[in-house]
Design a protein around this ligand. Structure first.
Ligand code: UTP
Length: 395
């Protein structure tokens, strides 16, 4: 457990200098923050994830994943899968799981990304409406698990309350928080956030599995008879939440992981779903080794169905941290608020795929299923997302 006295020994000079200008109260707060920190582990994280970082292709023989292509399916096949999916939904075997703990630094919307609205309809409402529709059609209730993080939990809850949970039954929505991890300056120093506390940030969407385990939600799901967990992001405005055809494919195959993909465009910023030997993996676009970006034909769009029993067991595995460099608000050495390039450490949820034995992949049309809201302007922006919603008659 770290103390204020340890800071200079671990080269956290900036922070130990700042101590000389802090009140007793501020020092006490920092002492408390440090008490849950292991500075050897922080140093190892910095060394491994930043200093010694290198991008390399996953080990083993890399091949494309086999996939069924939705546009090539016959009407009979589609209707068979849809029937199977709806039946499982009706029987209460599916839960929806939303990852909404991110910081949304690129969009820079004030508030959780899910509160961003197009013509008065927020991203949260777009997903709630779909779940309500399918619940009504299948004459059932669908438990909805929503992951938030320290940076947006309260605001998310407030937003749902203000909007009367979008008519969702309150008892069917469960909010849970993902863990945080320290963020560091590029020279490996601990930092303070604008409230003078140790700067931490959500530990990436791969924090979802440990969070589900820590909050006992796998048991909750088990008790409710949930066999499949339908996971998606908050920011794909065209996401089909609990798409019955996709659900049907997961039930039919019984695979540990069922994944939706799109065919990536040349050099597109989406991870590539591949097989490394016989293990499915996603190579994140920021980590794609040069020359491999256009070799694979399935792009990850963050929509997956997991068998609950697979996920519960695999959640005991420690997922690796990846580096994300983001502009984060913090205090400089004169206690002024500044926005600076900062090292964030993130787990990626798809690193759990390698523990799965069985996979299924469905390639779908980008035009009707994928339009991510990442940036204010340009690519994957407010304008492109709005156009996609209009083109698909959603707004
Ligand atoms: P992104 O990787 O696009 O990150 O998230 P982001 O935080 O939304 O945006 P930027 O990169 O800072 O601009 C993909 C999905 O993963 C969730 C996001 O909420 C989104 O649904 N996510 C991301 C988490 O739930 N937790 C995290 O720590 C990071």
């Amino acid at each position: 457990m770290a103390t204020l006295q340890d800071l200079p020994n671990y080269n956290h000079h900036a922070l130990s200098e700042m101590l000389t200008m802090m009140s007793e109260e501020e020092k006490n707060k920092l002492t408390q923050d440090l008490s849950s920190l292991n500075l050897d582990e922080v140093a190892a994280l910095y060394e491994n994830v930043y200093v010694n970082r290198h991008v390399e292709a996953p080990a083993g023989q890399l091949t494309d994943v086999e996939t069924e292509v939705k546009s090539e399916m016959t009407e009979e096949r589609l209707s068979e899968l849809e029937t199977l999916g709806r039946q499982a939904i009706r029987e209460g075997r599916f839960a929806a799981l939303l990852m909404a703990g991110g910081q949304g630094t690129r969009l820079a919307h004030p508030g959780p990304k899910g509160t961003f609205s197009f013509d008065e309809i927020s991203l949260f409402e777009l997903q709630a409406k779909q779940l309500l529709k399918i619940s009504a059609e299948c004459n059932t209730t669908i438990p909805w698990f929503i992951m938030t993080s320290d940076i947006n939990h309260e605001e998310t809850l407030e937003f749902f309350k203000e909007h009367h949970f979008f008519n969702y039954h309150e008892e069917n929505i469960t909010f849970f928080k993902q863990p945080n991890i320290v963020a560091l300056s590029p020279d490996g120093q601990l930092l303070l956030n604008t409230k003078g506390e140790l700067l931490t940030s959500p530990n990436g969407n791969g924090g979802i599995f440990e969070a589900l385990a820590a909050t006992g939600l796998y048991q909750t799901m088990n008790k409710r008879g949930i066999d499949y967990i339908y996971l998606n992001n908050i920011d794909n405005v065209l996401v089909k939440v609990l798409d019955p055809v996709f659900c049907g494919l997961a039930v039919e195959s019984g695979a540990d992981v069922t994944t939706k993909t799109i065919r990536p465009l040349n050099g597109e910023s989406v991870g590539r779903v591949i097989m490394a030997d016989d293990k499915k993996q996603v190579m994140e676009y920021t980590e794609l080794p040069e020359g491999l970006e256009n070799q694979f034909t399935n792009g990850n769009i963050g929509i997956h169905i997991f068998r609950r029993d697979f996920l519960e067991e695999a959640s005991t595995q420690a997922l690796p941290y990846h580096l994300a460099v983001k502009n984060l608000e913090q205090l400089d050495e004169d206690f002024a608020v500044v926005k600076k390039e900062t090292l964030k450490f993130e787990k990626f949820y798809f690193d759990i795929f390698r523990y799965a034995e069985t996979f299924k992949t469905l390639q779908v049309d980008r035009e009707s299923e994928f339009s991510p809201l990442k940036n204010k302007e340009g690519k994957d922006s407010i304008e492109t997302a709005r156009q996609a919603l209009v083109d698909n008659h959603i707004i």
